[in-house]
Design a protein around this ligand. Structure first.
Ligand code: HEM
Length: 368
């Protein structure tokens, strides 16, 4: 799988992402009075980017929002992840629950979920056929690279479908939080825009990551949002293991969540505030080491997130290309001239962390 997430593939990925961000900016152009909830809007952008990467063709989430509706299958990812702990702990009850839902939907026609899942299944199978067609196949897609060559077409299709959840919710929630935080702090937004302008609004990954304020805003966004909040289970190997001085018997399930580290008060004082400056300020060596030890948003080891570099590229490009066209502000005129350090909005922490309210902002065309 690494073959596609490799650094050498960055130029192809960049082009694809910039095209999707440009469609997203067209959506922002069309929004009435520029007012929007960042959560579903950013989710549409990231769903189109990830689906285009996975299948070679975007799933049409931005197009659907242009017509005034969030694409059902994308919306359901949140719902699906909120039920994940029930599926893990009570698999038979949940299987029965799903079966009843399926039968009810067939008999009464009620239940949008299964209809949109079926439409998605049909669309995904169509993409598999296209990937095998030498004339119509997209230039690059996970499905095209994997199907037949490395794994069976069925497994490649299943992996592509699975990617939509972890690839969309995490990055989109992070982007939504960053843009929302910037809407509360116009001075920070202006300074960032000035840096990006000086760098000629570059889309080159190496140049983007060398803009200190952009790197800090994205890194702090990933830390602060802590989008992958799931308890990640691991089984202790046969023979047991020594953990923090204690012997843990083989076969024991242990787990921890990335947000325990990302929101640790000692490593990140004021953990629930969005403070990009914490990555820019010169501090003593111990604080810097502690901070880098606790920055584990993508997990570690053999099960680390495969989309790590992909996510950084998406966030650098999305933040810079959106700010290039738009100023993002709060709805209330009274807050426009007051810079506020954003506080983490209320959320549910299931598999992905999902805000319970809206992240509402207004966007207006930027005069450069
Ligand atoms: C800010 C963005 C993201 C964060 C914070 C994040 C975090 C994580 C974490 C913590 C894991 C679990 C690793 C473990 O089990 O130890 C994971 C798994 C995974 N991630 Fe990401 N991720 C992000 C973006 C992405 C993107 C953009 C993609 C794909 C394009 C992706 C694809 C995956 C996949 C396929 C898995 C494995 C899922 C599984 O084993 O079922 N992630 N991610």
């Amino acid at each position: 799988m690494g073959v596609l997430f490799n650094r050498s593939k960055v130029p192809i990925l960049t082009q694809m992402m910039v095209e999707e961000i440009s469609s997203f900016n067209t959506l922002l152009d069309n929004l009435s009075q520029g007012s929007l909830d960042l959560i579903p809007t950013c989710r549409a952008l990231e769903a189109d980017i990830v689906s285009r990467f996975a299948f070679g063709s975007s799933i049409g989430a931005i197009e659907s929002l242009m017509e005034g509706e969030e694409l059902q299958i994308v919306k359901e990812n949140d719902l699906k992840s909120s039920k994940m702990s029930l599926h893990t702990n009570f698999p038979s009850i949940m299987r029965t629950y799903d079966m009843i839902g399926e039968v009810t939907s067939r008999v009464t026609g009620w239940g949008g979920s299964s209809k949109s899942s079926k439409e998605f299944e049909g669309w995904a199978s169509e993409q598999l056929k296209l990937a095998a067609d030498s004339e119509k196949a997209p230039e690059v897609s996970f499905l095209k690279v994997m199907a037949g060559e490395r794994i069976s077409p069925e497994s490649a299709l299943s992996e592509s479908k699975e990617m939509l959840g972890p690839g969309t919710d995490t990055t989109s929630a992070t982007l939504a939080h960053i843009l929302w935080a910037l809407s509360l702090n116009q001075s920070l937004q202006d300074d960032l825009v000035s840096d990006l302008k000086t760098a000629n609004w570059t889309t080159d990954m190496t140049e983007l990551e060398s803009i200190p304020r952009l790197a800090a805003c994205v890194k702090e966004g990933i830390r602060w949002t802590g989008a992958a909040s799931a308890m990640l289970p691991r089984i202790v190997p046969t023979g047991g293991s020594l953990l923090a001085g204690k012997h843990i018997p083989g076969g024991t399930m242990i787990s921890s969540s990335p947000i325990w580290y990302l929101h640790d008060e000692t490593a990140f004082p004021g953990p629930h505030y969005y403070r990009p400056n914490r990555w820019l300020e010169r501090e003593d060596e111990d604080s810097v080491t502690l901070r880098s030890d606790y920055y584990i948003p993508f997990s570690k080891g053999s099960s680390t997130c495969i989309g790590n570099h992909f996510a950084y590229l998406e966030l650098y490009l999305s933040v810079s290309q959106i700010l290039k066209k738009y100023r993002i502000q709060q709805l209330e005129k009274s807050t426009i001239n007051v810079d506020v350090e954003a506080t983490l909005p209320p959320r549910l922490e299931w598999v992905a962390a999902v805000p319970t309210g809206k992240l509402q902002v207004v966007v207006s065309k930027r005069l450069l």
